[in-house]
Design a protein around this ligand. Structure first.
Ligand SMILES: Cc1cc2nc3c(=O)[nH]c(=O)nc-3n(C[C@H](O)[C@H](O)[C@H](O)COP(=O)(O)O)c2cc1C
Length: 314
């Protein structure tokens, strides 16, 4: 196989594997000289209940790979949904990952991190060859659980796990139609509310406010929008927009241009990356919401909704 084909195959394989949603862990240990070591790993999985075994795999080329292979003990931290920053810190090679992180040694002298959704203190039980990785099996000696939602990694990005609500059955529905069922206002607000629920929870989990999410979702790097346009799209009061936009711009999540008293904003790559998983979640939800709807019906629905927006845009 030509080199380019091989590289393309590898990319395609990685992409296909990324469809498998996993949790995210940080695994810590001490090196032979006692230095704290840690790395982000999503290859963690449970293996056996008796004896209690877990596994994960470490790439042989990782700086800390050989140390993990040889360490007698390690600790697995299952990250909570607000710990993607910590995950990024421990995924960077060659940094002092522990500086500024509050650690405490466990009974085996392994540095542990606070606030994980779960922690498993392990003894190195076996190491297997796994191609360019070592598969490390650990025996769980002690574990701790906090009632925190776990962080998810899927399609190359962080996400949160939101339970899928089972489709409501006839028994869940109020019996009989009432006048309100024939009100457009009721149908629109109920469908919006049901669709928005999961996305809004994910927005808050990723540290954005709902107005910030609406702003970032409305912007793209190749075009700009002025304040009246953005205000209408985001339900943010026009007078509140400049501050919000400047604060997003300070984090490089959008860029702002001022020309006289006209302010415009456009997206940045960082802003787009921040909301990418929320947009794919919205698209997936839309598919679910429109299950059983033909393309023609969908087009009519959109035309009608746009007409309602235009007719009521006072
Ligand atoms: C979400 C995520 C999951 C990862 N999972 C693994 C993994 O399971 N095994 C692995 O060897 N590297 C994994 N990595 C990459 C390592 O965290 C990265 O190579 C890190 O630099 C290793 O630490 P070190 O350079 O200090 O050895 C993952 C990175 C991310 C962002």
């Amino acid at each position: 196989m030509a080199h380019d084909d091989k590289a393309a195959q590898a990319r395609a394989l990685r992409d296909a594997l990324s469809a498998f949603a996993t949790g995210v862990t940080i695994i810590t240990t001490r090196g032979a000289d006692g230095e704290p070591l840690g790395m982000t790993a999503s290859s963690f999985n449970s293996v056996s209940m008796d004896p209690p075994l877990i596994l994960w795999s470490v790439t042989k080329t990782a700086w800390s790979g050989p140390a993990f292979r040889d360490a007698p003990h390690f600790a697995v931290h299952v990250l909570a949904s607000d710990q993607s920053g910590l995950s990024n810190t421990f995924a960077r090679p060659g940094e002092d990952k522990f500086s500024g992180v509050d650690t405490a040694d466990n009974a085996n002298g392994v540095p542990t991190l606070p606030d994980a959704a779960a922690r498993f203190d392990c003894r190195n039980w076996a190491v297997y060859e796994g191609g360019d990785h070592w598969i490390i099996v650990g025996e769980v000696l002690h574990f701790e659980r906090q009632k925190r939602e776990g962080l998810v990694f899927c399609n190359g990005g962080y996400a949160t796990a939101n339970p899928i609500r089972p489709p409501s059955t006839a028994a869940d529905e109020p019996s009989g139609e009432s006048d309100v069922d024939n009100m457009l206002f009721y149908q629109l607000s109920r469908s919006y509310r049901q669709m928005a629920q999961q996305v809004h929870a994910a927005v808050i989990e990723c540290g954005l406010t709902l107005p910030e999410w609406r702003i970032l979702a409305s912007l793209d790097p190749s075009s700009s929008r002025d304040l009246p346009d953005l205000a209408a799209r985001t339900f943010v009061e026009p007078h509140a927009l400049p501050d919000m936009l400047q604060s997003l711009a300070a984090d490089d999540l959008c860029s702002v241009a001022v020309d006289g008293d006209r302010m415009t904003a456009s997206g940045t790559e960082k802003g787009a990356a921040r909301v990418a998983h929320l947009l794919s979640m919205s698209t997936a939800l839309e598919k679910t919401a429109l299950a059983g709807t033909s393309d023609a019906e969908r087009d009519i629905l959109y035309t009608q909704l746009k007409r309602i927006i235009a007719n009521t845009n006072t």
